[in-house]
Design a protein around this ligand. Structure first.
Ligand code: GLN
Length: 538
């Protein structure tokens, strides 16, 4: 049976529980163990799919088509383990499962309660779909003391009793603030947070203290004493300059060693930090850089394009370059300003998006990239906009548009008719927007002698999708005659997956989201190639 590591947070949110869990996963893997990562989210949405990126950051999509919390992206990027549907659950999903069961009368007349019915469902999730893992790391979203997270904390308390304390480890991540005015490091918030955790029955085994500066021994001793945790298990995590340093910094603090000690198991091999040291060095030391413009709706919130930002950085790593992201709000981008705003960029990227707002600015920016031969990457919505731009300006279909946002016009982008014909439910209605998209990993076949084939070095690729609309394949010939090639198609040749321009140094649009599969230790070829083209641009 797997051993379970539960990660809770205290004092404030955004301390980096996801990154800490992901780094620990890497370290345990490099010690020779098989690890799985899971996230339990306390909010009431059934999944984050319908939440605005402004609210919750990016929605991370898994191979098997789940719309999940962005922390699962951290997990994949650091551990390399492909996340599954069964690795993320929310309060909303738990309640809807329990209530469905109740409506079916499956509780046999019992009063349905938070304890035991909700907690049992949470415990089921924690255990479900695991078999050969040595460790399952479960992160609990939010912080201890939140009303919403109470059932989760109660469930993990029960779970550790069920499987035996020696098989379950509690890690609590807290803030140890530094007060500038008095030049002091304060341990009291941590003490209070642990007190809160203990009041609901959990004694942490390891405390990870997030701090701006190193925590002196005497403060660690204090935390150890007041929180009843062995001094060796009071681990500090001082702000790192790049997230790639996190596994190195946790290894220095012996987090993995302490976890193995707790479970009384030996390390199978010494941990390998070389790859992280290598990319940290590149990220911090490289002097050369390229400017890449990201033109999107959610640029103000950094986490809204988390995987994309990461993937571009990875592309930089493989080219020994720093990538400067110039974020441009598409809603504020006036057509008259485009030239000025884009004059110093070496690459233009239009990310995924929904709805009409900001489309005209995006389309104009794409025209600018096409005409001025600036490397361009359009992702999902970005590819759809590139199709509209080309149709309007090169095919002279002035009213070319998408049925997503224009009722009238020539719908070169529309809903998935093929799918509807085959009887599968794909179309979202106003009442039911959740779970109505083409989601998850699908195959695409790449055209011989195309740029994309050269980049992927493979005929068949698998990439993750998250969209409702598709480019109408019946326009293929018209586009290709004018030099815009449909260089990737679904295996049944009905859905355009990739477009590229013939007479352009690097102009590619993809209907999928390659950013979800890029990893710092294994950058995605499309991003490496895009950044390389940007490097060659000037
Ligand atoms: N809104 C578009 C669609 O649903 C694109 C979605 C996206 O970019 N992820 O097809």
């Amino acid at each position: 049976m797997a051993r379970y590591i539960f990660v809770t947070g205290g004092v404030v949110s955004s301390l980096g529980k996801g990154l800490s869990s992901a780094s620990l996963a890497y370290l345990l893997q490099s010690r020779g163990y098989k690890v799985r990562l899971r996230k339990l989210d306390p909010y009431l949405n059934v999944d984050p799919g319908t939440m605005s990126p402004f609210q919750h950051g990016e929605v991370f999509v898994t191979d098997d088509g789940a719309e999940t919390d962005l922390d699962l992206g951290h997990y994949e990027r650091f551990s390399g383990v492909t996340a599954k549907k069964t690795d993320n659950i929310t309060t909303g999903k738990i309640y809807s499962d329990v209530l469905r069961k109740e409506r079916k009368g499956q509780y046999l007349g019992k009063t349905v309660q938070v304890i035991p019915h909700i907690t049992d469902r949470i415990k089921e999730f924690i255990k479900h779909d695991t078999s050969k893992e040595d460790f399952v790391i479960c992160e609990i979203g939010g912080i201890v003391g939140d009303i919403e997270s109470l059932p989760f904390v109660e469930a993990i308390r029960q779970f550790s009793n069920d499987i035996g304390k020696k098989n379950a480890l509690f890690i609590h991540l807290t803030l140890v603030p530094y007060l500038k005015a008095s030049d002091e490091i304060k341990t009291k918030p941590t003490q209070h947070s642990v007190k809160e955790l203990r009041s609901i029955g959990i004694q942490p085994d390891i405390i990870i203290c997030r701090s701006e500066r190193p925590i002196p021994l005497e403060h660690r001793k204090k935390i150890s004493l007041f929180c009843n945790v062995d001094i060796k298990n009071v681990i500090e995590t001082v702000d790192v300059k790049t997230i790639y340093e996190a596994p190195i910094s946790f290894a220095k603090e012996k987090l993995d060693v302490q976890v193995l000690n707790y479970f009384k198991i030996k390390s199978k091999k010494s941990n390998n930090l070389t790859p992280w040291k290598r990319i940290t060095k590149i990220t911090l030391n490289t002097k050369r850089h390229v400017n890449i413009a990201i033109i999107g709706k959610y640029v103000e919130l950094k986490d809204a394009y988390k995987s994309l930002d990461e993937a571009l950085t990875h592309g930089g790593i493989s080219n020994n370059l720093k990538v400067n992201l110039i974020r441009i709000d598409s809603e504020k981008l006036k057509v008259s300003e485009i030239k000025n705003k884009l004059k110093n960029v070496s690459g233009i990227l239009i990310p995924g998006g929904f709805g009409k707002r900001g489309t005209e600015g995006k389309i104009e920016a794409i025209r600018y990239a096409r005409v001025n031969k600036i490397p361009f990457l359009g992702i999902c919505y970005g590819m759809q906009m590139a199709i509209i731009e080309f149709a309007r300006n090169q095919l002279k279909i002035k009213k070319a548009t998408s049925s997503e946002f224009d009722k009238v016009g020539v719908h070169i982008i529309g809903l998935m008719h093929e799918w509807e014909k085959s009887g599968r439910k794909v179309k979202g209605t106003d009442k039911d927007l959740g779970g109505t998209m083409r989601l998850g990993s699908y195959n695409a076949i790449l055209k011989d002698k195309s740029k994309i084939r050269d980049i992927y070095k493979s005929r068949l690729i698998k990439e993750r999708h998250r969209h409702r609309y598709e480019v109408d394949i019946s326009y293929k010939e018209k586009f290709e005659k004018k030099g815009l090639i449909f260089s990737g198609l679904s295996p049944d040749h009905k859905l355009p997956e990739i477009i590229e321009l013939k007479n352009h140094p690097w102009f590619i649009g993809v209907q999928f989201h390659p950013e979800f599969k890029s990893r710092p230790l294994n950058p995605h070829p499309l991003f490496s190639s895009f950044i390389k083209a940007a490097k060659n641009h000037r």
